[in-house]
Design a protein around this ligand. Structure first.
Ligand code: M6R
Length: 364
């Protein structure tokens, strides 16, 4: 049941800390600060190339995974939504590997991508939440997210659990390919181990995010912006808002604004920015300043280090616990999901069962 929560989605949002802890403990050792992966269907040190495919939010988790894996393991990654991959018939590298991401493990397009990849000689690893699912059975190996059942149609805890598994894989691949030192590995796993506690601290900012939601709920269109691994989180924020509140939202790479979308910006369009401190902070901030100069109302998520500079021009700044740049995408996913939740509640939509959608899309 929902316990004391109004919706399954609210309950599931509050399970983030526990689910992230359970999932991370599965793949990393808190004592040695090492990633411990079960036997994989491919040797990451020998892979020429990796394909990531999935649908919806699971695909967006995969996109974050691409930034991490390319960055930490210097392994080239292709990422494509399964409904495209299955008909694109891409040339696949000999001896290549693939990762499919799915909560249900039953999504029809992702299953079709699995078959295509295996027929093309790729060794396929599934990152799934349901151990007895078709995807877990039919792939060459499976890693489980330990999210427990997710009832709300909008994916929440399953998405951050997927990120946690992909983060561990990226570290493991980096070590296998000799791109990461033991010191780097320790620093990265330490950052991941702080994620559950930070997630709990973010959930305590609920009232602040509800205030932000009251502004967003009045809008007809909303833009979500981020750079690097925060770009897929911007896409996730926009997807979640569309899905449950029916407000039109677009996620963009912040650097793309001047190539078109900035034409939409005026004082009616809230611009939700994912702007943690780190290597891309200055670049993202200057894109936001350009939007603010055109009347855009900037609502930024950042940390203590980023907040002062953003406060100079942003309408609202929500300060999240400081995390190293590596963990920031996981932490920023939580407030954008919370935001969508509160907007939907304010609009009075059916949060757990949005119109026209099914939890598991088992038809093409
Ligand atoms: O079960 P799956 O993870 O394969 O589902 C994929 C998508 O259908 C799913 O993530 C969908 O986009 C969610 N409703 C998003 O909140």
């Amino acid at each position: 049941g929902k316990g004391n929560y109004r919706h399954f989605m609210e309950k599931e949002l509050h399970e983030h800390p526990a689910v992230l802890g359970d999932t991370l403990r599965q793949y990393l050792d808190p004592k040695t600060l090492e990633v411990r992966l079960p036997r994989l269907p491919f040797d990451p040190a020998r892979l020429p190339r990796l394909t990531i495919s999935a649908c919806g939010s699971a695909f967006l988790a995969g996109l974050v995974g691409r930034y991490w894996i390319e960055g930490l393991a210097r392994l080239p990654v292709d990422a494509d939504v399964a409904s495209e991959l299955r008909y694109r018939d891409p040339p696949l590298a000999e001896g290549g590997g693939a990762i499919l991401v799915s909560q249900s493990g039953e999504t029809a397009d992702t299953m079709a991508a699995l078959q295509l990849l295996r027929a093309g000689g790729q060794r396929v690893l599934a990152v799934v939440n349901v151990p007895e699912s078709s995807m877990a059975r039919e792939s060459d190996g499976a890693l489980l997210t330990v999210a427990g059942p997710e009832i709300g149609v909008a994916s929440t805890k399953a998405f951050t659990a997927q990120l946690a598994v992909l983060a561990c894989l990226a570290i493991g691949f980096g070590r296998a390919r000799r791109e990461l030192s033991t010191l780097d590995e320790g620093r990265l796993t330490q950052a991941l181990l702080e994620v559950p506690g930070n997630a709990a601290a973010i959930l305590e900012r609920d009232a602040e995010i509800r205030e932000l939601a009251a502004e967003v709920a009045k809008a007809r269109d909303v833009l979500f912006l981020g750079r690097g691994p925060l770009y897929p989180i911007a896409l996730e924020g926009a997807l979640k808002l569309k899905e449950i509140s029916y407000i039109h939202a677009e996620g963009y790479a912040a650097g793309e604004m001047k190539h078109g979308p900035i034409a939409l910006v005026d004082s009616d369009v809230p611009v939700v920015a994912l702007c943690p401190s780190g290597p891309l902070f200055e670049k993202t901030m200057s894109n936001l300043q350009e939007a603010a100069a055109r009347g855009g109302r900037i609502m930024a998520f950042t940390d203590a280090e980023g907040a002062p500079a953003l406060r100079r021009f942003a309408e609202r700044v929500v300060e999240l616990p400081h995390a190293c740049a590596f963990a920031a995408p996981i932490l920023h996913a939580i407030p954008v999901q919370l935001l969508a939740y509160h907007v939907a509640v304010l609009k009075g939509t059916d949060v757990d069962q949005p119109r026209n959608l099914a939890k598991s899309v088992t038809v093409e």
